[in-house]
Design a protein. Structure first.
Length: 759
């Protein structure tokens, strides 16, 4: 961009100062107080904002049951355009619920809601779509696809990050940036989160990898409550000074989020007066991502695990036909533990529906291990669906020079931003390294011509067995060297193919692997559990990148403890039935489930695992508990804990996770739902006298509802302890609203429950 693009500041906190009641939808002012909304927009335009975001952040059919969402969006865009701004952005937020498999909202339902919003916004006259304050990478992908597939507008996307530099669901800024840029976002970045200064580490990572303009809209510092109102402590001068530093990193689009006023935007504009955006040079990279991890190819050798491919594997084939997810997940876990960086996933069998099975296995494996996946599939329908629902940037294996292959596979890779393996194969079977290299050149030329970025192309130089031609190992290695040096793209090889029909296959494979690594091979596809391969790799690299959610001994995948730690739901039924032969249900809970949950909880606190793994562990325990239930076990008339999302807040992601984890620890939980009035919480306590009440709020505008709920409980004589949590809450907030405890996350809330209920 030649010039900076300035967005406006906060809407919610500005409306609060102008009479928005706690818990009310800010977007309702489009219908009831359009003059107030217009004046706010005008004040930002007068302060120098080029773009104003329409008051439509929460305008979503999933959230708004009593308002006409179409009218809210239409009026929001109309009011924003009347402000005189150069451009108007349709502001789009999260559904406030987790997508499957972490939650219950389906990708398809979320997509349809977003499709409706995007089309309505464009029709109403929006110039830009701003998808902001996102924490779930899969939901963000869903929203971005809905915008790209149904409108012609540029789409800007910002995630919100926590103090640890990751989103609520564990996505780091590099992974989010690589994934969203690959999907075609027109700008990526960060909003909300923390104050400008605290977002600097995140921004420094984003600008390294963003291949599109970067947008930053932080809060005006950290929120506090003063005289019953939410206030932020960064002055316009402090805000603009830090934002000038942020602009110096190469950020082109700047604005503000919670707490930022026209004075903040005016100071920002003044601080950058006469300056131009810094030109960023992003070094091309080849990468694959999961929801929480990015793997870069082209530097140190990366290992692609081959064990999730039924070719030559009778047990895996039988497991796929039987739908035995437990067996497949064990294979994935073992490969991650052995040092694989990426997992190849192939479910192509004539006996099964490949489209259904590839998607199912992909979801299960992604929920169990942290590694990116290589989707090994030639079925366009199966590949399209898997790529669409994959949480991250996959590798597609593979395409070749046959026209039917190019026509079927390339459009899918382009649409979903996947890295694409080009196999040196076409009209003839290449035998020499010169023939392989010629195919590689043609592949790079044809794929780039069709719109695939060169750095997303990975060449497979084709491994043929030496059983019929002993020169093939040498020819393949020479081709790898030439492709690496002359074409400058990454390479992969299926190592074990070289020894088909030969004795001492492992020795041959290991020698071939060594030869190809020295030729510059980027990523061998092999069984990472084979000791001979590990020795070759260690001799080449000294160390391997084995970071993941966590590491554990092979035997950890056995028994109830292993089921919980790995999140492998499929095997827990047999383990519980076996344990019940010698133990009572309460013994299984206290001796098996609780210690395993404690162990995964400690790893979560250390940052060794992230929220999806904690949820998966809780799901295993839930299934185990269900097997041991007796009539009356679900009776919530005498709960240990009452949970509620406070009045005006319809976001219950955090609360639902807390509920799941509490129940997995054996606590009885009464969940009052979301948008819960103070009186409902009070009545629930009067009926049950639960010792602990948990209140959740995601939005700053609903924090006052939290305080009024606690005040109502105290006025009613409640002696229950109150724990509060949510994205906007802090320890200081908890004290201000009168809570007894601050539940930073689900694991912390379990500890609170243990201290209150079981002391």
């Amino acid at each position: 961009m030649k010039d900076f693009l300035f967005f406006d500041g906060a809407m919610g906190t500005m409306l609060q100062a102008r009479g928005l009641k706690a818990g009310a939808f800010p977007e309702s002012f489009n219908l009831t107080h359009p003059d107030v909304v217009l004046n706010i927009h005008k004040s930002f335009v007068e302060a120098g904002a080029d773009v104003v975001s329409a008051n439509t952040f929460g305008a979503n059919p999933f959230k708004m049951k009593d308002l006409d969402v179409t009218e809210v969006i239409n009026r929001g865009i109309e009011i924003a355009k009347a402000s005189g701004a150069k451009k108007v952005a349709l502001d789009v937020g999260s559904h406030g619920a987790l997508l499957e498999p972490n939650g219950t909202l389906s990708f398809e339902e979320a997509y349809e809601n977003y499709k409706f919003i995007m089309k309505t916004g464009e029709k109403a006259g929006a110039d830009i779509i701003l998808i902001e304050t996102m924490s779930d990478l899969l939901e963000t992908k869903c929203a971005l696809l809905a915008a790209k597939e149904n409108t012609s507008l540029p789409v800007y996307v910002t995630m919100t990050y926590m103090e640890d530099g990751r989103t609520f669901l564990g996505t780091d800024p590099v992974t989010a940036t690589v994934t969203l840029c690959s999907l075609g976002a027109d700008a990526v970045g960060v909003n909300c989160s923390l104050g400008a200064k605290d977002t600097l580490p995140v921004i420094r990572e984003i600008v390294k990898y963003a291949t599109c303009p970067v947008i930053v809209q932080p809060n005006a510092g950290l929120p506090k409550i003063k005289d019953g109102m939410t206030v932020y402590d960064d002055t316009p001068e402090q805000f603009s000074q830090t934002m000038a530093e942020i602009a110096g990193l190469g950020v082109e689009i700047l604005g503000g989020c919670c707490g930022t006023t026209p004075e903040h935007i005016r100071a920002l504009k003044e601080a950058l007066k006469g300056k131009k955006p810094v030109t960023r040079v992003v070094k091309p990279y080849t990468a694959a991502t999961s929801a929480t991890k990015t793997v870069f190819l082209g530097g140190e050798t990366k290992v692609i695990g081959e064990r999730l491919n039924p070719t030559g594997k009778k047990k895996l084939k039988a497991a796929l036909i039987a739908g035995d997810m437990d067996y497949l997940l064990h294979e994935a876990i073992d490969q991650e533990r052995a040092g694989a960086d990426i997992l190849d996933l192939n479910v192509g069998l004539p006996e099964i529906d490949e489209t259904e099975m590839l998607t199912r296995v992909m979801k299960e494996v992604s929920a169990t291990v942290s590694l990116p996946l290589q989707l090994d599939c030639s079925n366009p329908a199966a590949l399209e669906r898997a790529c669409r629902l994959y949480n991250g940037k996959p590798i597609i294996n593979s395409v070749n020079m046959k026209p039917e292959s190019l026509d079927a596979i390339v459009p899918i890779a382009k649409k979903y931003g996947a890295a694409l393996i080009g196999l040196c194969l076409g009209e003839t079977m290449p035998k020499t390294h010169e023939e392989r290299f010629e195919y590689a050149k043609r592949l790079v030329r044809e794929l780039t011509k069709r719109g695939v970025k060169k750095n997303d192309i990975i060449i497979d130089c084709l491994v043929l067995t030496i059983a019929t031609d002993e020169t093939q190992a040498e020819e393949t290695a020479l081709a790898v060297k030439q492709v690496t040096e002359d074409l400058g793209v990454c390479t992969v090889l299926g190592v074990s193919n070289v020894s088909f029909g030969m004795p001492d296959r492992l020795k041959i494979n290991a020698a071939f692997l060594s030869k190809c690594l020295h030729a510059g091979l980027s990523a061998p596809i092999l069984n990472p559990l084979v000791e001979e391969y590990a020795e070759v790799l260690q001799g080449k690299l000294l160390t391997l990148d084995t970071s993941s959610y966590f590491t554990f001994d092979r035997e950890d995948a056995e028994g109830i403890r292993g089921m919980v730690l790995s999140g492998a739901v499929g095997g827990v039924e047999n383990e519980v039935k076996e344990a019940l032969k010698t133990k009572t249900p309460i013994e299984i809970i206290n001796e098996e489930f609780i210690p395993a949950l404690d162990e995964i909880g400690v790893r979560f606190e250390k940052g060794e695992v992230f929220l999806p793994r904690l949820i998966a562990a809780a799901e295993v325990v839930k299934k185990g508990m269900d097997l041991m239930k007796k009539d009356g076990d679900d009776d919530d008339s005498r709960p240990d804990v009452i949970l509620a999302t406070v009045k005006g807040d319809i976001h219950d992601i955090g609360k639902n996770i807390v509920k799941m984890l509490l129940r997995s620890y054996g606590f009885k939980v009464l969940d009052l739902g979301k948008d819960v009035p103070e009186s409902t919480v009070v009545d629930a306590w009067k009926k049950t006298h639960a010792p602990l009440i948990g209140l959740s709020a995601l939005m700053t505008t609903t924090v006052p509802s939290m305080k009024s709920t606690i005040d109502a409980l105290r006025a009613a004589g409640s002696d229950a302890k109150v724990a509060v949590g949510g994205a906007v809450l802090t320890e200081e907030y908890a004290k201000i609203v009168g809570a007894d405890f601050y539940g930073k996350d689900a694991r912390a809330t379990v500890k609170i429950a243990e201290s209150v209920v079981r002391k």
